[in-house]
Write a protein that binds this ligand. Structure first.
Ligand code: FEO
Length: 404
């Protein structure tokens, strides 16, 4: 008996991926619960593997395949995405089993060549093309920039499984293979975190794909992403969530993100939070001493406002605040209100630097910056409270205007 076994997904599809329980950092995104690299074995007349796993997990994948079939019988390997967490095992696999065919999108074929500097012949497939596996067939949909230029879906019509690569995934290591076997709020949070930190800047492309999806005649019952559990009961749940996240309608939620040197900026943050709540908004306070940038991004995804506070240090932003603003700028949140605040000693540049960054992010400055020298007085905290209440009012107006 193998130490690793495959898990059956549908009649002729097996999960043969790997579980990375230890991963805590994925490109700067804090993966607090690890991840999985999903690969799928399709038992067609032509035995087919859809995607591989990160190189370090090659043996685990091979053992799972071997629990079902002799890996050397695999004839076709589909590479939906060239990023190394999915293609890292491909060169070794090719060397070992010598598949008759490696299949990728045209951009995928180029990306694989640029990664592996190999002489492999790769069959290029475009949107709408099918590949016969003998008694079954795969149909392909290029999903450029979701999230790389080469990304692609593969659809196994015979078993109604759509292999979606990174899309609809999450970084979550579990022994269960399906979302319906897990706590729903955990699944939704991790899917949201994944969307916020990877797909938020590509929301306009997500919207185009979702609009196009019905016309692609993909009558799927299982959505099989390459990270985390698969969606089999009501797979449309995650599509509806993607639609909501990509659309980013106004909400009455504000994220107050800040760091503090001597608790003065923190006191201002708490008063702004109280003012927001008093005005009917939901306030999420995120002190950067205890909040990771990827959790801030997750909360920002469905927030209507970002309120940023920083002490001034050596004429600059506090380093943690500068870091989170740089990170958020890359994720391009849309349609947010914003404001700046902070305590300083003698020069006090932080609030104007925050405003510059928010403007670059196309955040609409909705309140005058609040800056105060040293420890805030009761009067200053009242001004902070009033700022929060004013922002809450503006959020409410926006929600009302949007008809939500
Ligand atoms: Fe999971 Fe873009 O790799």
């Amino acid at each position: 008996m193998s130490v690793f076994s495959a898990q059956k997904i549908t009649e002729n599809v097996y999960w043969v991926g790997a579980i990375d329980w230890a991963l805590r950092n994925f490109h700067g995104y804090q993966t607090s619960r690890g991840t999985t690299y999903n690969a799928f074995l399709v038992l067609g007349e032509k035995l087919t593997l859809v995607d591989t796993v990160k190189g370090a997990f090659y043996d685990e994948m091979m053992a799972r395949i071997a629990s079902v079939v002799d890996p050397s019988r695999i004839e076709v390997v589909v590479s939906n995405h060239a990023e190394l967490d999915h293609s890292g095992s491909l060169p070794r696999l090719r060397e070992s089993i010598k598949p008759l065919q490696i299949v990728a999108s045209p951009m995928g074929a180029a990306a694989l060549a640029e990664h592996f500097h190999w002489d492999a012949s790769v069959t290029e497939v475009k949107t709408g093309q099918t590949l016969s596996l003998g008694d079954k067939s795969l149909r392909f949909v290029e999903t450029r920039m979701l999230h790389w230029p080469d990304s692609m879906f593969a659809y196994l019509e015979d078993e109604k499984v759509l292999f979606t690569n990174d899309a609809f995934g999450m970084h979550l290591a579990t022994s269960e293979r399906f979302t319906d076997e897990l706590d729903h709020s955990l699944v939704e949070w991790e899917a949201k975190k994944y969307y916020a930190n990877i797909l938020m800047p590509l929301s306009s492309i997500v919207k185009v794909l979702l609009k196009k999806l019905p016309s692609l005649n993909l009558d799927f019952e299982v959505l099989a992403p390459d990270h985390g559990p698969l969606w089999r009961k009501e797979p449309h749940q995650i599509i509806e969530l993607y639609d909501r996240w990509a659309t980013a309608k106004p909400t009455r939620k504000a994220v107050v993100v800040f760091d503090t040197m001597w608790q003065s900026t923190a006191a201002m943050a708490r008063s702004i939070g109280d003012g927001l709540r008093h005005g009917g908004a939901s306030a999420i306070l995120m002190p950067l001493e205890g909040s990771h940038r990827s959790d801030v991004a997750t909360e920002v995804l469905d927030a209507g406002a970002i309120v940023v506070g920083s002490p001034t240090m050596n004429n600059q932003l506090y380093p943690t605040v500068a870091e989170v603003l740089t990170y958020l700028k890359g994720l391009r949140p849309v349609g947010k209100l914003g404001a700046a605040f902070g305590s300083h000693g003698w020069s006090g540049e932080a609030t104007s630097r925050i405003e510059e960054q928010l403007k670059e992010m196309k955040v609409e400055l909705a309140a005058e910056a609040l800056r105060h020298k040293y420890v805030p007085t009761t009067e200053v905290l009242e001004q902070c409270f009033a700022m929060g209440a004013r922002l809450a009012e503006k959020l409410a107006q926006r929600v009302e205007n949007s008809g939500e």
